[in-house]
Each structure stands twice: as structure tokens, then as C-alpha cells.
Design a protein around this ligand. Structure first.
Ligand code: HPA
Length: 241
């Protein structure tokens, strides 16, 4: 039975080395979600490309509820989410891998909860990421001698545009170290669904205004293309044979 799911972000559209892969379209009450079930080193694993097959969905249009509900329906218990981000902290430059430990949510207008009228649920979200899963990821990064950072406050912005320089200054003042567009509501929905959730972030660029240059998609895609190999290595090590 598959207990572990990998959610792929920008640049991670499939799981390298996955065998016996079967595509599934899972129907949920929130809509459908696409998942690939298969094995890595003989271990069952589910893979879900967050932006859909072919990377068609921008961050604010992802059906986060259907994605998490589908994983729950499949009996998944642990989720490792991969996210491309901009770096704000001085140690989080392009190419660095980061396992964040906190989130500040700046998104709006997204379907962000499974709670419905009549439900009075207030999940604890003091520590948004699962410590055990984080420690597994960090152990793999250390074992593989991949330069990484073992902390970080992830600012989740609405997108799809990148930030203004003043917004990055504000995020820094707010205590944020990284900025991305996809951690929320995904992490909170996973907590509502009772799934252990952690994130492996690849820094694709410096946050807006932190260098003299403007940010180009070309630069972002280039850094992601070269960094994604390390993500595959971590995932492969993390899922032991
Ligand atoms: N900001 C927000 N999301 C991102 C960035 C960024 O600079 N880079 C990659 N995803």
C-alpha cells in the first residue's frame, strides 16, 4: 500500500526511476486530481505534479483541495512537496536546497479549507511542517553532501506575478526567508486531512530587488533545470530500497 506521495512543483513533472507507473485520475468531491502510482527502489510511491500534466495550472488556479483529498482517498499518510522559490535570506541563493520550518500565508481567494458550514475545526498549525519528515529529508541531504539550509520561513504569495522590490523588503521585515506561491493552502489542507507534510525547496532566483538585475523566466528555468537533479537524488535516497 502506498503511504508516501511526492508532490512535484515547477521542473519536477515526473519521478526519475519510477517503475510500474500507472496513471490514475482520482475523483473527489472537490474535482479530479491526477496521480501516478508506482514504485521507487521497490517501494510504493505516489507522484502528483501540482501544476497538472504539462504544467498548465498557475499557482492560484491549482485545485489544492482536490489534490490533497485525492491523496487522502488513496490512503497516503506522508507528503513531500517540492517547491521552486525565490531566496531572501543571505544563505538562500540560487541553486540552494532548503527544508523550511515555517510559513507566512499572503495568499487570498484560494479554496483553502475542507471545513464547511457547521464544522468548527481549528487545526493546530504552530509548526506547519512535520518534524519527522523534515528530519528524513535533512538526513538525506547531509548523507548526499548536498549544500542545503535546514530552516526557513516560507512566504507564500498569491502570484502569478513575482514580487515588487518593496514587497520583498516587507517579507524580509516580516521574518520571511524564502518566497514562493504554492505552499498554501496545500500545507494547511494536508494538516486538516491528517497527512504528515514537509517541503523541499529549490531556490531558483534571488527575491526581486535583492540584486541589480531583473528576474527572467529564462534564468529561473535554467536554475531549476540544473537543480532538479539534486532533488531526484534526495528523493531517491529518502525512499530507501
Ligand atoms: N517569488 C515567488 N515565487 C517564486 C519565485 C519568486 O521570486 N521564484 C520562484 N518561485
Amino acid at each position: 500500500m502506498t503511504k508516501l506521495a511526492i508532490i512535484g512543483g515547477s521542473g519536477l513533472n515526473q519521478l526519475e526511476g519510477m517503475e510500474n507507473a500507472q496513471q490514475r485520475v482520482v475523483e473527489t468531491r472537490y474535482g479530479t486530481a491526477e496521480v501516478t502510482l508506482g514504485e521507487l527502489h521497490g517501494q510504493p510511491v505516489a507522484f502528483m505534479p501540482r501544476h497538472g500534466e504539462g504544467h498548465v495550472l498557475p499557482p492560484h488556479q491549482i485545485n489544492y483541495r482536490a489534490n490533497i483529498a485525492a491523496l487522502k482517498q488513496l490512503g497516503i499518510e506522508q507528503v513531500v512537496a517540492c517547491n521552486a522559490v525565490g531566496g531572501i535570506h543571505s544563505e538562500m541563493g540560487p541553486g540552494k536546497l532548503v527544508v523550511p520550518d515555517q510559513i507566512v500565508d499572503y495568499t487570498y481567494g484560494r479554496e483553502h479549507t475542507f471545513a464547511e458550514q457547521g464544522d468548527v475545526i481549528h487545526i493546530d498549525f504552530t509548526y506547519p511542517y512535520d518534524e519527522t519528515l523534515r528530519s528524513f529529508l535533512l538526513a538525506s541531504l547531509t548523507r548526499l553532501e548536498i549544500p542545503h539550509v535546514d530552516f526557513g520561513v516560507y512566504a507564500c504569495t498569491q502570484g502569478p506575478r513575482l514580487e515588487s522590490a518593496a514587497e520583498i523588503v516587507r517579507l524580509k521585515r516580516d521574518g520571511c526567508d524564502l518566497v514562493g506561491m504554492t505552499a498554501m493552502p496545500e500545507a494547511a489542507l494536508a494538516r486538516e486531512a491528517g497527512l504528515a507534510y514537509a517541503s523541499l525547496c529549490l531556490v531558483a532566483n534571488w527575491g526581486a530587488g535583492l540584486t541589480e538585475d531583473l528576474i527572467t523566466m529564462e534564468e529561473i528555468l535554467q536554475v531549476i533545470a540544473s537543480g532538479v537533479e539534486q532533488i531526484h537524488q534526495v528523493l531517491s535516497d529518502f525512499i530507501p530500497s
